[in-house]
Design a protein around this ligand. Sequence first.
Ligand code: SF4
Length: 712
Amino acid sequence: MGWVREAEDFFRADGPLARALPQYEWRPQQARMARQVALVLEGSAGPPAAVALIEAGTGTGKSLAYLVPALFYAHATGERVVVSTQTIPLQEQLVSKDLPSLQEVLPFSFTHALVKGWANYLCLLRLERIRSRPEEQDEETEDELQALAAWADEVDEGSRSELPFEPTAELWEEVSADPDACLRADCPLFQRCHFFQARRKMEGAQLLVVNHHLLLADAVVRQAVGWESDRAVLPVYGCVILDEAHHLEETASAHLGRQLTRRGVERLLHRLHRSRGNRGGLLATARLLAGEAADREAKELLELLDWQILPATRRAGEQAEALFDGLAAWAARADGLRVIRPGELPERLERLAREAAGDWTALAGLLDRFRADLKGFAPAREERGRAVLAELEGVDLALRRQAEDLEAILQAEGPDEVHWLEGGRAGVKLRSAPVEVGPLLQRALFDQLAGVVATSATLTVDGRFDYLVERLGLEECRQDGRLLEEVIESPFDYAAQALLAVAEDLPEPGVPGFADAVAETLELLVPAVSGGTLVLFTSYQMLEEAGRALEGRLPADRGLMRQGDLPRSQLLDRLRSEPGAVCLATASFWEGVDLPGQALELVVIARLPFAVPTEPVVAARIERLRRLGRDAFAAYQLPEMVLRLKQGFGRLIRHRTDRGAVVVLDGRVTRRRYGQTVLASLPPASLVRGGRQAISEAVRRWLAEGPREVAG
Ligand code: SF4
């Protein structure tokens, strides 16, 4: 029997999963998805990839549906499979729950590893170096360093997520593993190094769990060094499963762009030299090292440090300060967000930027010279010296990258990229991103791999994958017949379990009085349900306005919470534990919230989640489509909104026994022509529309009496 058949049989009602897992329920949808994944992997004879887009409705059990065939495939062929996700909670579910339970059930054992980037690990050598100079630390930092050292001795993995406390960002940057400053095999702590222990585990693993950022970082390196190279981030693999694939475009856009922040520049220079407080920085350590060289050589090195490098470091800092102050003032004149077009940068800022980039490159050159001179001396060949040299090299490379990013962003050249400036004085950021990532994804991933499965609960608009195919650069793949497109319906009975209610008598969002109308509607709706309520907004401003308008209007026993009152996990815990709690939220709460049963009976969508059209990447995409003579609303803004709305809707029904209502307060969903596309894209819930009073009553009856009592 071939492995595809074995993987399929695994999901049978009387198969190994059912026998081993008491909570296992046979679902034809899950079995179907597992079969499709297996067929794509089996047919993966070589690049360019066979690609499957699989939209798997909530409740399909999609993680097992791809893990089982992936593991059978890896076992049968000896090929490695990568599973990439967007979020940490999903990675945790795969690594802590799904894979360990499959280890118990599968007829063979397998190896897997969760792969994280460098900055997630503590560098033991950097920690040791910093601790060896207690006179440079203040008391608080000294305590943190001691706690880190104690933790490093006991911990298994040494990754930041295991830390029982949160170190300051500045300290973590100084002690975390950094590829530019790492001594690799020359490091005296190489055998104990947490990062390389994780890498050794990864090398031997048949299945790797990564995030989209790391996957893309690997693909970018492979573009430069060749796909089969062992110098990339991940070991060579042939197939990838992309879960939460609706995030791939946005992650690629962020990853393939550039970013330069005021804080980042300040931290880098601070690493080199600290003028305030009693801490010295790298140059102070380098100075001690230089002082140990023979007399004449030491004199030359110290002169280079004192007369050239230190003044150049100060100048680079002053120049950065002047530049970022100027940029912040320029951004402030445009409400803190300004798209940079070629030739638009004021002359003074252009000059400051040129000077800053020149100063950073000159400082990098001096560090380079210092390292070259120091390398020949005995102290630099000792362990301590090698570590300092590696650190200096790291700063040198980062300074050069910084200068390159600054010039590239401010020159703002090329129609395929968008460049912008955002933030206030302290947090000012320069950024750029490619307008379209499809062609890059095609070149860097789809043309290189043998098999790709992209899955999520939200990939289609009105039942079709066209939007995603275009955004991810899969048109050619579709034309060549290499693309499998499959919608796996949710096993839930939405018509019986969910009510979709559209309130049609509120003012349009953005019109004065909307926040008051939202509060009034919630005053009617919340008492109509006994379970929890999640109200999803599209901006903090709208959330705040509605929250203020709602104060004192809900019954005292309905705990009202706003995003930001508590950390996200605590807000969710309160929804779970306090019957009837109400949470006003935005951003991250549109997805990843999993509250079965009474914890969540009502989801209120305050406004259709269209992307802000002035956001630089969104604006650039709209502009590009218009230049091509296309309808940007139909081709981009509407489908993007629909995918987000589907995510919001998906918060409601998490289990076969759940019942509840989604209420949309944005009447455009029934008033505008595009509303048909929106409604056709949502799960097939029972629909009711009308004034806020009528829909509140319909929600109350729906939850009290069941589906047949509600007039559509
Ligand atoms: S091998 Fe690199 S990351 Fe690991 S402890 Fe040594 S220097 Fe740090």
